[in-house]
Design a protein around this ligand. Structure first.
Ligand SMILES: Nc1ncnc2c1ncn2[C@@H]1O[C@H](COP(=O)(O)OP(=O)(O)OP(=O)(O)O)[C@@H](O)[C@H]1O
Length: 499
């Protein structure tokens, strides 16, 4: 992966140069009065703003508040819905400052995963948990609330001592989680949160002085080894996207090493939307005697996400279709997933040259550049983002109404073996839309028999319908997709099977 050719000057490069700020503003279609996001600005907004309640500056999408609450209330009253719950947050025995934070985020009722996992997580003595629930159903809040309920902020000393550690697979996700901790813990006096990801950590070179640390495993391992982070008081370890963290050779090793450097008696919490069979055993070794909340493959897909695919003759046809989709991609925000970093850069350059406003973000970009791009996307300054699997998991931008699988997600069946379908990655990618009861459309491009076979394997694995759409009547297709995207909350669907 690191052999990627250096990217041509990307949008991030361009926006750091003053003389080009105007072109950024033009390019991302931001209001004329608004300054383009500079690094300082984006750093000044470290918390995610979308998905947060109005008191914290979240946009709440552009849906009228009343309509949102009414539809969400219906969903939360339906026992079949993953957002269903019978309890209120008040009944979960959380401190008043935490409850205030929850209210500030606009949360009215817990989701199923929150209602079920919270009592297991916060009871004493602490027990481990392996928790699974569909994408966008509020797992982050579940583990964050447990952390906030358990940390001791009674002395300045403790406020600066890491007591909870969250590990996530990407820099963007680590920053996002830290943002959620800050928002939820907004009313807790003395709460300090630090992000431990490459660049910041290296630049900082000073001790981590926070009660909650969120980072990527390699950087955290390094910080503890160099004693820049004192791990002796850590009592909670959370692995978000735990299956990915434990499965991937490198990440798995790093997580294990980090855990070995922590006190023996810690609460281990593993969360993900997917726990494929091959990692379940290791998950239980990593989190011994854990309480478990798991789901069957068939129950993993989110109803609000309409899954479709279309046939493209070849690679060039995929590009042409993508360009034709542009109007639909910009109704809300969209993420286009490709297999390789080079493809992301190539599409970005080609579409930009043709006058379309798109940005790309891959693991090949330098950290600060990545921060600028993801922040611009979160804030809606950039609406179409092309990325690799680096952003497939966890990223929560509620305005994402469309996901395009430009390349069908696949993986090596074994080292040196053939490429096979990667159902987990498919689920996480499409889960970037349809967050917490919203609707979205996930489109997969199929340009070969093997693409088609992989997609059918994915459909079978989840027992989910992925509907083929006919591109011969483009106007009809556009009308249908637009209707779903504009409906904003689950309930509206494609008419029959006719698209
Ligand atoms: N009880 C709630 N009421 C309203 N909104 C909520 C509630 N809980 C979480 N949310 C919102 O739902 C969105 C999705 O939550 P979150 O990112 O935690 O999902 P997730 O289950 O971790 O998804 P993924 O598997 O994709 O990582 C967030 O914007 C969050 O603010």
């Amino acid at each position: 992966m690191s052999s990627e050719t250096p990217a041509a000057p990307s949008l991030a490069d361009r926006i750091t140069r003053d003389e080009e700020k105007k072109s950024w503003a033009d390019e991302v279609n931001s209001p004329a009065t608004e300054e383009p996001p500079t690094l300082t600005q984006t750093e000044a907004v470290p918390d995610q703003t979308d998905g947060a309640g109005q008191p914290f500056g979240g946009s709440q999408l552009s849906e009228p508040e009343y309509a949102v609450q009414v539809k969400l209330a219906d969903m939360q009253a339906d026992p079949e819905n993953p957002l269903y719950s019978v309890k209120s947050f008040e009944e979960l025995n959380l401190q008043p400052e935490i409850l205030k934070g929850i209210v500030g985020m606009g949360f009215r009722k817990p989701s199923k995963v929150q209602e079920r996992s919270l009592p297991l997580l916060i009871k004493n003595p602490p027990e481990n948990l392996i928790g699974q629930s569909q994408s966008g159903t509020g797992k982050t809040a579940a583990f964050v609330l447990n952390i906030l309920a358990r940390i001791d902020l009674s002395t300045p000393e403790m406020q600066k001592t890491p007591q909870a550690l969250v590990l996530a697979p990407s820099r963007e996700l680590a920053r996002q989680i830290a943002g959620v901790v800050r928002l939820m813990g907004h009313y807790m006096e003395g709460l300090q949160v630090e992000v431990a990801v490459p660049v910041e950590a290296a630049q900082r070179g000073r001790k981590v002085e926070a009660s909650v640390a969120v980072g990527t495993p390699g950087t955290v391992m390094d910080l503890i080894r160099r004693r820049t982070m004192d791990a002796r008081q850590i009592k909670i370890l959370v692995l978000d996207e735990a299956d990915n963290m434990l499965d991937q050779q490198g990440l798995g090793d790093q997580c294990t090493r980090v855990k070995l450097m922590l006190p023996k008696q810690i609460q281990v919490v593993l969360f993900s939307a997917t726990f494929p069979d091959n990692v379940v055993k290791y998950a239980h070794t990593f989190a011994p005697n854990a309480n478990q909340m798991t789901l069957k493959h068939e129950d993993l897909t989110v109803e609000g996400i309409k899954q479709i695919y279309l046939d493209c003759d070849d690679e060039e046809a995929k590009y042409d279709v993508l360009v034709k989709f542009y109007g639909m991609l910009t109704i809300g925000s969209s993420i286009i997933f490709v297999r390789r970093k080079e493809t992301a850069t190539k599409i970005e350059q080609r579409m930009s040259a043709e006058g379309h406003k798109v940005v790309a973000l891959t693991g090949g970009f330098e950290g600060q550049q990545r921060d600028i791009i993801i922040d611009a996307f979160r804030l809606g300054h950039a609406k179409v983002l092309i990325s690799t699997n680096v952003l497939a998991r966890g990223i929560d931008v509620s305005s994402v109404s469309m996901v395009v699988n430009y390349d069908v997600p696949d993986m090596l069946s074994r080292p040196g073996g053939p490429l096979v379908a990667d159902p987990q990655t498919y689920l996480h990618r499409i889960g970037r839309t349809g967050r917490f009861g919203r609707v979205g459309v996930a489109v997969t491009f199929v340009s070969s028999k093997s693409d088609w076979q992989k997609l059918m394997d994915i459909s079978k694995y989840f027992n989910a319908e992925i509907q083929k759409v006919d591109t011969s009547d483009w106007d009809d297709l556009e009308e249908q997709v637009t209707k779903i995207i504009r409906s904003s909350r689950a309930g509206t669907n494609f008419k029959g099977n006719s698209v």
